[in-house]
Design a binder for this molecule. Structure first.
Ligand code: NAP
Length: 304
């Protein structure tokens, strides 16, 4: 496959940056990939495991001469990182990010970028509950979506080349505007995470009462919540602070539905419960038909 960028800089060296590096290398898409993370500890691990062709000790050095710079830090840190690298960016370079929210990232990053530097925000809908420099892998983006939220006036050639990078890393690519992205993700990712965090918190309180029965006898439903609720606390704190309006909007709707189901249980309205669960089951079938999950029972895991 053809190399698309001579020199790429990854700022932040966690799950997503690691996966980007391995996926780019798998397909021969980048000449040299230079990496930087703020802590010496992460940089040392990256050097030890060969994450990036070269790991440097400053963001400024990482972006020097880079054709493509991808910001892979929590969304709340994007603005400060953009300010730090801005004076060192090459004319004609493309800056992108992989943040889970888009409106707030655009607001934080765009004002820092100099004339002659392109900016295309991106969000790969791919992740795990793992984080840190050892957690990345080349297949993370395979058959997953990457949503781009280009700003008005984006150079079509620069955009097409960047889309090609994601396709060659295994992703399907789509474009939408940032507010729409933030609302869709509030439904599909952000609110579900908040609900999982809450449910695990409730069980934890109960666990103290019932002497850890919650952990010992944890059934599949609860275990699935715990996987989501094990996601990186910094990343998710930033997601909720950055996507405040859309998350609150969806949480409001969620609360209304929850009250309706609560009432159905209280009044013994089995028909309402059955109809509701029939509708939600169809959503799962839709996800499987779209190739976005396995149809094996219990996600193919041992059902114990
Ligand atoms: P991660 O594994 O926790 O790695 C985060 C990296 O950012 C680390 O290298 C960390 O540096 C650095 N960092 C943390 N706080 C920073 C700060 N205040 N200033 C500068 N650097 C900082 O995270 P990740 O999962 O790769 O997530 C990176 C981005 O991808 C986030 O914006 C997230 O919203 C987005 N994203 C995540 C997922 C997912 O499921 N994980 C999916 C899609 C998109 P040190 O190691 O030196 O602390």
């Amino acid at each position: 496959m053809a190399q698309l960028y001579d020199r790429v800089a990854l700022i932040g060296l966690g799950l997503i940056a690691g996966s980007l590096f391995y996926a780019m290398k798998r397909a021969g898409l980048a000449g040299v990939v230079v990496g930087y993370a703020r802590s010496a500890e992460t940089r040392d691990v990256a050097r030890e495991i060969g994450l990036c062709d070269r790991v440097v000790d400053s963001a400024a050095e990482a972006v020097e001469g880079a054709d493509l710079v991808i910001l892979c830090v929590p969304v709340g840190a994007m603005g400060a990182v953009a300010a730090e690298i801005a004076p060192h960016l090459k004319q004609g370079a493309l800056v992108s990010d992989v943040g889970s929210t888009k409106g707030a990232v655009i607001e934080a990053v765009a004002p820092h970028l100099p004339e002659g530097v392109h900016f295309i925000p991106a969000h790969p809908l791919a992740g795990t509950e793992q984080s840190g420099p050892r957690s990345g892998f080349a297949e993370l983006f395979d058959n997953r979506w990457c949503l781009l939220t280009p700003l008005e006036g984006t150079d079509p050639e620069v955009l097409e080349r960047y889309k090609e990078l994601w396709r060659q890393m295994g992703s399907n690519v789509d474009e939408m505007d940032a507010p729409h992205h933030d609302l869709v993700l509030a439904v599909t990712s952000h609110t579900p995470h908040l609900i999982a965090y809450t449910m695990v918190g409730v069980a934890d309180d109960l666990g103290r009462v019932t002497d850890s029965e919650v952990v010992q006898y944890s059934a599949a439903g609860f275990r699935d919540f715990t996987r989501i609720a094990a996601s990186d606390p910094t990343m998710w704190r930033d997601v909720f602070l950055a996507n405040k309006d859309a998350t609150l909007e969806i949480l409001g709707r969620f609360t209304e539905e929850l009250f309706a189901l609560q009432r159905a249980i209280r009044t013994g309205d089995g028909e309402q419960l059955h109809d509701y669960f029939t509708r939600t089951r169809a959503i799962r079938r839709g996800i499987i038909e779209a190739g976005q999950d396995t149809d094996a029972p219990n996600f193919g895991r041992n059902a114990k």
